[in-house]
Design a protein around this ligand. Structure first.
Ligand code: ING
Length: 311
């Protein structure tokens, strides 16, 4: 049996500090329309899709960095995108910087939202694996200060039932941690949606430039195969005010194969007609979790954070 659904990944080129929310949302709407024109029912947009990747800069006060955050869902800037998506009947994943006041306390997260084709907000995900540092490391070019501006996500790794199947979300660095996808697969996810902003140079350890793209692709392909799920990965990329980020947006099959890939570092829509039953044979055989997993031996995965050598 096949359950074919057309998915789109909407890669964004650079968003510069001087770009307005309205200009950026207009780009998202244009790609939404192109995806719809190609028959897509779902579109995955990047991480922090409404602004430049501001954690590369050093800010000391909320007055300085709150300009990058959205309040309310949809926030005022998001409304035109939500309206157009509902009008066209297209669901989407959108990454954004979330500011919310809960119990009188202001909280800030690197967040993604999943919206159904009828405009229903199915749920949010708040980034759990925050890379980089809280304080500047003094790199001559840029920083990676997500731990400075965002709290660790507090929503876990939920999955969402939709008319087309069960989806899970994560964000950027989450894709490098296999636990991310295994938890969502154990909760029935058939499709993983994620956005990313990945600098071409790693400021934390020197490595050849080609490894940025390789590790990105390796993370997606292994996640897809080892969890028998489709992966939708949307980059925001290119040179944002001179700071380069990798492209490589892709749609990956449950077999681990890249079936569609962006060719540019600009706004680019890729689509594929995904058979959501394709992963079923893998989940009934090599990755039949019920038959093959041995959780009695996996204790350290949740009882330890760091490496511990006891013998
Ligand atoms: N970006 C990068 C990513 O995980 C990074 C951060 C780069 C971590 C290189 C480790 C090595 O793709 C975000 N936004 O997480």
């Amino acid at each position: 049996m096949s359950r074919n659904v057309v998915f789109a990944v909407a890669q964004m080129g650079p968003v510069h500090l001087a770009d307005t929310r309205a200009q950026t949302v207009a780009r998202l709407i244009e790609m939404l329309r192109e995806a719809h024109g190609r028959g897509a029912r779902w579109v995955t947009f990047p991480e922090l899709a409404l602004t430049t990747f501001f954690p590369r800069y050093i800010y000391d006060t909320p007055e300085e960095y709150d300009a990058f955050f959205e309040e309310g869902l949809p926030s005022p800037a998001m409304v035109p995108l939500f309206d157009e998506a509902r009008k066209l009947g297209v669901g989407f994943y959108l990454g954004y910087a979330e500011k919310i006041t809960e119990d009188g306390q202001v909280r800030r997260f690197n967040t993604s939202v999943l919206v159904a084709p009828d405009g229903t907000i199915l749920g949010k995900y708040r980034k759990i694996h925050l890379p980089g540092t809280k304080d500047p490391i003094g790199d001559i070019e840029f920083e990676h200060l997500e731990k400075r501006y965002f709290e660790v996500g507090d929503l876990g790794f939920p999955t969402y039932g939709t008319d087309d199947g069960r989806f899970g979300m994560c964000i950027c660095n989450d894709r490098r941690w296999p636990e991310t996808f295994r938890v969502m697969a154990l909760r029935g996810a058939e499709v993983f949606m994620l956005g990313y902003n990945t600098p071409t140079r790693n400021i934390h350890y020197p490595e050849p430039a080609h490894l940025r793209e390789y590790h990105h692709r390796l993370s997606l392909e292994s996640a897809a195969y080892q969890n028998a799920a489709w992966v939708m990965a949307a980059a925001k990329c290119g040179s944002e005010d001179g700071f380069a980020m990798i492209g490589g947006s892709a749609i990956v099959s449950p077999t681990g194969e890249v079936v569609a890939r962006a060719a540019s570092e600009d706004d680019e829509v890729i689509t594929f007609s995904c058979d959501l039953d394709l992963g079923a044979y893998i989940r009934r055989s090599v990755f039949d979790f019920a038959r093959h997993r041995r959780i009695e031996h996996y204790g350290p995965i949740t009882s330890q954070t760091a490496i511990e050598v006891t013998e």
